[in-house]
Ligand binder design. Structure first.
Ligand SMILES: Cc1cc2nc3c(=O)[nH]c(=O)nc-3n(C[C@H](O)[C@H](O)[C@H](O)COP(=O)(O)OP(=O)(O)OC[C@H]3O[C@@H](n4cnc5c(N)ncnc54)[C@H](O)[C@@H]3O)c2cc1C
Length: 310
C-alpha cells in the first residue's frame, strides 16, 4: 500500500518504521526542518539540547522493551529502572525514519479523497498524489485546521480535546556556573529545571504561566520568563548567556479523546498520537501499537488485494 503519514514526531516516525517493515511504501510529511516534533533537539554553542521532552518514563512492558532495544543501539540511555534519556533525544526518531521518504518543511494544508486515492496539498499549493491510506499524527486542533472533510461526529469529539501550552527557556554558556541553581529552582512558576550538560539549563514553566502567555510567540515570551527568574535571582542578566525560548502551543494534553486511535475504514484513514489517551511518549507508542495490532488484518488484506491487482 502507498501510505501518507502527516507529522514526524514520535507517533509518525514510529508508524512509518513499522509500516515500512511490513513492506508498505511510506511517505512522511513534516512541516519543520526535520523529524522530532515535541521530542526536539537543537544545536547551540556546539552542544545538543533537548528542549521538549527530555526523559521518557515507561510503565508498560512493551514500551520498556522498545526503549531497551533503543539502548542496545546507543540511541537511549537508561537512567533508572523505568526512565530513559539521550543527549540527542530525536536521534531515535532519525533512526526510525532512516529508510523513509521524508518531505521536510512541508506544511500540509488540504487533503482530498477521490476515487479511493488521497491527494495532499502543502501551503505552496504543491500536490502529492496517489496514496491508498492516510494517517494523521498531528494535534487534534491542527487536524481541525486542515481543509479535510471529516464527519461531524468526529469533528465534535476532536474539538473537545484540550492542551496546555508549555513555555521553555534554554540558557547556555560559560556564565552558567555563576547562576545559582538553588535560587533558580525556587522560581514560582517553574515546572521543571534540568541541566543536561555542565553549561546548560532548561527551564520549563508550569501550566498557569504558559496559559497566561499562550497568545504570545516564542520570542515575545522571553522577557516574561526573565521577569520570573529575576524575582529569585535579582542580578540575572539574559545577555550573559546564549539562549532561546520556545512556546509549545500544543505541549501537553489536558483533556484526551479517550480512545487509543481513530480508524475510518470506509475512508481509509486513521489518527494516532499521544493526545488520544494521554500526554507522553508512552501514550504515543501505545496509540501506534494498538492501531497496528488491532487493525493489522485490514492493512495486510488491503495490501494483498492491491498486489493482486498489479
Ligand atoms: C516541554 C515538553 C516536555 C515534555 N516532557 C515529556 C516527558 O518528560 N516524558 C514524556 O513521555 N513526554 C513528554 N512530553 C510529551 C511528548 O513530547 C509527547 O507525548 C510526544 O513527543 C508526542 O509525539 P507525537 O508524535 O504524538 O506528537 P508531536 O511530537 O506533536 O508530532 C506532531 C508533528 O506533526 C507536525 N505537524 C503538525 N501539523 C502539521 C501539518 N499540517 N503538516 C505537516 N506536519 C505537521 C509537527 O511539526 C510535529 O513534528 C513533553 C512535551 C513537551 C512539550
Amino acid at each position: 500500500m502507498n501510505i501518507a503519514i502527516i507529522g514526524a514526531g514520535f507517533s509518525g516516525s514510529y508508524l512509518a518504521h513499522k509500516l515500512h517493515a511490513k513492506g508498505h511504501d511510506v511517505s512522511l510529511f513534516e512541516k519543520s526542518r526535520g523529524v522530532g516534533g515535541r521530542m526536539a533537539t537543537r544545536y547551540m554553542e556546539n552542544t545538543q539540547v533537548n528542549h521538549g521532552c527530555n526523559t521518557i518514563q515507561t510503565t508498560v512492558k512493551e514500551f520498556q522493551s522498545f526503549c531497551d532495544s533503543m539502548v542496545e543501539k546507543n540511541l537511549l540511555e537508561k537512567k533508572e529502572q523505568n526512565a530513559y534519556t539521550a543527549t540527542s533525544i530525536n536521534g531515535m526518531l532519525k533512526y526510525l525514519t532512516k529508510d523513509i521518504h521524508l518531505e521536510r518543511n512541508t506544511l500540509i494544508t488540504s487533503i482530498n479523497y477521490d476515487n479511493q486515492q488521497y491527494t495532499l496539498k502543502d501551503n505552496n499549493n504543491y500536490a502529492y498524489k496517489g496514496f491508498d491510506f492516510l494517517i494523521l499524527t498531528i494535534p487534534s486542533a491542527q487536524i481541525l485546521n486542515l481543509d479535510f472533510e471529516i464527519d461531524k461526529n468526529l469533528a465534535d469529539k476532536l474539538a473537545q480535546v484540550h492542551y496546555d501550552s508549555v513555555a521553555t527557556l534554554v540558557l547556555t554558556g560559560k556564565n552558567i556556573a555563576e547562576l545559582d541553581k538553588i535560587q533558580l529552582s525556587k522560581m514560582k512558576h517553574l515546572k521543571k529545571l534540568y541541566a543536561p550538560k555542565d553549561n546548560t539549563y532548561v527551564i520549563q514553566m508550569d501550566r498557569d504561566f504558559s496559559k497566561k502567555y499562550r497568545h504570545l510567540n516564542k520570542n515575545s515570551i522571553t522577557p516574561y520568563i526573565v521577569q520570573e527568574i529575576q524575582r529569585v535571582v535579582p542580578n540575572f542578566k539574559l545577555y550573559n548567556y546564549e539562549y532561546f525560548s520556545h512556546l509549545w502551543k500544543y505541549g501537553l494534553t489536558s483533556k484526551t479523546l479517550d480512545l487509543p486511535y481513530v480508524y475510518k475504514q470506509q475512508e481509509n484513514y486513521a489518527i494516532c498520537g499521544d493526545w488520544l489517551m494521554g500526554d507522553s511518549v508512552e501514550d504515543a507508542f501505545m496509540s501506534v501499537e494498538n492501531f497496528m495490532t488491532l487493525e493489522s488484518d485490514f492493512l495486510e488484506s488491503n495490501f494483498m488485494h492491491l498486489k493482486e491487482l498489479v
